[in-house]
Write a new protein. Structure first.
Length: 365
């Protein structure tokens, strides 16, 4: 990997600056993609924007910026987007600072700004090298998410098409499945989720494989199948469905047939169970029966103490090798006499204190 420190003047940076919906935000005579496909769209607060102009006018140093070299020799901004846009917009006359627009400045004042030198690190390397570098420098300001960093590495025709579906406000994925997805499409959460599902967690492998595909039809069609399966399998919507890993469940169980009425009855029963702390885990639990999805309510300290005293400090297992010993409460663990999945409640009457070894042996059965 090659990392080169360059001096770029504001004059060079702002040459050929354009900002339009079709072409995006570009500068540096059209060679710099200032707002690349992976970057979220947000606007600098006026105070921050003005601070950039004030810093340049006073000749103080701005923080170093980071660009990456693309295969065609052009560049994209990795860090420093808002500083760059602030400078371009001011020189372009889009806003005033201290009641003066750029065109109101004297020639020498304009030249002072245009001749100001920005320090830019330019990175060239393999996909894996660039991704590691991006993660290393992503330490200040508005940090990029993991998916935004991946987008920086694997930008291309496939990503541009995928973003149409998953990465815009009001995008198709939001309209279809906004109630079932957490996060924000602009922060690339929807895109990351869809790729994680289809790739079984191998996001970077999938993006590398499809980077130069003409479109993202495979991903979009898969995503639609997942959501359609969810809506058919669980026709009654609940807010807890928003954080479920639906793609994982689809990958495992979509080939099987289920009685939706039976599933709804089980979901409803568990939703009303006060011992189930993690309601979103119900949808995974009804398929695999793993109680860890549910975060079952544990016995509180008062209940443990009450039962410990009632047992006189002895393990409740009659076959315990230490049955005759009086144990400290710290050596014991609370256990459901009747297991929760068999209808046992998390109440004192259904609690017994076992020594640690007995409880672990019971749990392993």
């Amino acid at each position: 990997m090659n990392i080169l420190l360059k001096e770029i003047t504001v004059r060079e940076l702002t040459e050929g600056y354009t900002d339009n919906e079709e072409g995006g935000v570009r500068g540096y005579s059209g060679r710099l993609d200032i707002r690349p496909p992976y970057q979220r769209e947000f606007v600098y607060a006026e105070k921050q924007r003005n601070a950039v102009i004030d810093t340049v006018m006073k000749g103080f140093p701005l923080n170093v910026m980071y660009w990456a070299t693309r295969e065609d020799g052009t560049f994209e901004v990795i860090d420093g987007q808002q500083r760059t846009i602030s400078l371009c917009q001011y020189v372009n006359g889009d806003f005033s600072f201290d009641f003066r627009a750029f065109h109101n400045l004297q020639n020498d004042e304009q030249d002072q700004i245009l001749d100001y030198k920005l320090m830019v690190y330019v990175c060239t390397g393999t996909d894996s090298e660039r991704l590691q570098w991006f993660r290393t420098i992503n330490i200040a300001g508005e940090k990029l998410t993991d998916q935004e960093l991946r987008n920086a590495v694997y930008s291309g025709s496939w990503l541009s098409d995928a973003k149409r579906y998953f990465s815009k406000s009001g995008c198709a994925a939001y309209g279809l499945a906004g109630r079932y997805l957490s996060g924000s499409p602009i922060r690339q959460d929807y895109l990351e989720t869809a790729i994680r599902w289809i790739s079984h967690g191998n996001i970077e492998v999938y993006m590398s494989k499809h980077q130069h595909d003409l479109n993202a039809n495979e991903l979009w069609l898969y995503f639609q199948r997942v959501i359609e399966w969810v809506k058919v399998t669980f026709p009654k919507y609940r807010k807890e469905m928003k954080t479920v890993a639906w793609g994982d469940l689809f990958n495992k169980y979509s080939g099987k047939t289920f009685d939706t009425a039976v599933l709804e009855g089980e979901v409803s029963r568990l939703m009303m169970d006060s011992d189930v702390k993690k309601k979103s885990g119900i949808y995974s639990y009804i398929f695999d029966g793993d109680e860890r999805h549910l975060d079952i309510r544990a016995f509180d300290d008062n209940t443990k103490r009450e039962v410990y005293e009632r047992q006189g400090g002895h393990c409740a297992n009659p076959n315990c090798p230490r049955r005759d010993e009086v144990l400290d409460i710290s050596e014991m663990e609370a256990d459901h006499i009747t297991p929760w999945k068999e209808g046992g409640r998390t109440v004192a009457e259904n609690c017994q204190m076992l020594c640690r070894d007995c409880n672990r042996r019971k749990g392993a059965r």
